[in-house]
Design a binder for this molecule. Sequence first.
Ligand code: FAD
Length: 425
Amino acid sequence: MDKRIGIVGAGTAGLHLGLHLLQHGIRPTIYTDRRPEEYAGMRLLNTVAHHSVTIQRENVLGVDFWPVADHGYFGHHYFIGAKPDPLRFYGSLRNPSRAVDYRIYQPRLMEEFEKRGGRLEYKELRGEDVAGLADRNDLLVVCTGKGPLGQLFQHQPAHSPFSRPQRALCVGLFKGISQHSSRAVTMYFSPGAGEMIEIPTTSFGGMVNALVIENIPGGDLEILAKTKYEDNPKAFLALLLEKLRQHYPTCAERINEREFDLANGPLDILQGGVTPTVRNGHIVLDGGKIAVALGDVQAVVDPVLGQGANMASYAAFILGEEIVKQHVYDERFVEHVNMRRQDRVLGASRWTNFMLTNLQTMPPELLTFIDKLSRHRSLSDEFTDNFNYPEKQWDCFASVERMKAWCDVRLRSEDSRASVERVAA
Ligand SMILES: Cc1cc2nc3c(=O)[nH]c(=O)nc-3n(C[C@H](O)[C@H](O)[C@H](O)COP(=O)(O)OP(=O)(O)OC[C@H]3O[C@@H](n4cnc5c(N)ncnc54)[C@H](O)[C@@H]3O)c2cc1C
């Protein structure tokens, strides 16, 4: 018997799930509100970096259309504006990450989904449409991102500590910033003011730099989230340059002021905020069918650590595997799904929320941790690669004792390896 799977939303969650199911002989229907041809004319959606674990899944799906040799980046520079002396260090990724403008990425994957036999139906869906879709399918998956449909799923207060955005975001794609000699993300921290993540990103005209400027409400940088580029582009750019010089000087020094501007025009900027929220993984609809929450609908995080789409893709694969393996889509089915995806989804949410809170105040244990990373390359490499595995980051950050032990255990085993080598020599 054919399995009838309905997926609402054609973001990374819906597309990775849909493509996975097609590969396993199930032909799902994706219901979504935007056609592929609409994306190119849209405002910047986000600035998403896929880590290598996600690129591996794209490889499996046969949709790794942007080879990392040309489009990837290879590590993270860290700049912490500590007083009196800023800290600067680097960590390598074992395998490269990659950022492609979603206005290019998502329509390309939609076309591929359709080419392989997937069905796409276009309509903006509302809560009252869900029952009708459930009748047409054995299982409904809701992955409509941050929009109102996600509110079908109950919010989990235990994992949702904030009732408002913790950062006022100003996010744009910029030209006129030179790349590092080896392509890398830079994570900048300005204690008390915010953070900035600079990401080499493939957009319509080629490689540009995304600046994800995360501003603490009430702090010196909040004005960047409130000043409109469209009102006066020159004044906006002058303000931005002034703030970059003050808070993120190692970015400002790579800017060619004559070229510095939004990369593709006035739609390349996004301002607003994200309230981190975790929701129940499913609901039972009238009539007994199940609707599963996936991606941002299940858990939305602030973009400061680049986790949302990566965990959406991870969870999409788990859900896909369980849909293929199981034949009854009931509460036991979702129990399997939820148990398998939970550690990563909660790990990403908790680690991100921890950083949002602690980067503001920089408690001594976090400063000590960062100081150790800055002095031991092996630690900063492992910390950097663990952006792939947020549950491992949470293993490290869940308590002060864990943060200390994470460094100490590794440094001790490095010391004992070094002494064994000395004896052997
Ligand atoms: C500035 C910024 C930077 C980010 N950087 C990163 C990063 O570096 N790494 C990372 O992993 N994540 C990042 N994220 C998070 C990432 O963008 C999201 O987690 C991810 O896109 C979620 O995917 P999704 O498929 O759940 O939802 P979405 O990508 O939002 O997709 C939702 C889909 O549903 C459709 N839809 C919406 N409403 C309806 C409706 N009513 N009816 C029908 N269809 C509907 C939409 O058209 C779309 O196709 C960032 C987010 C932001 C805002």
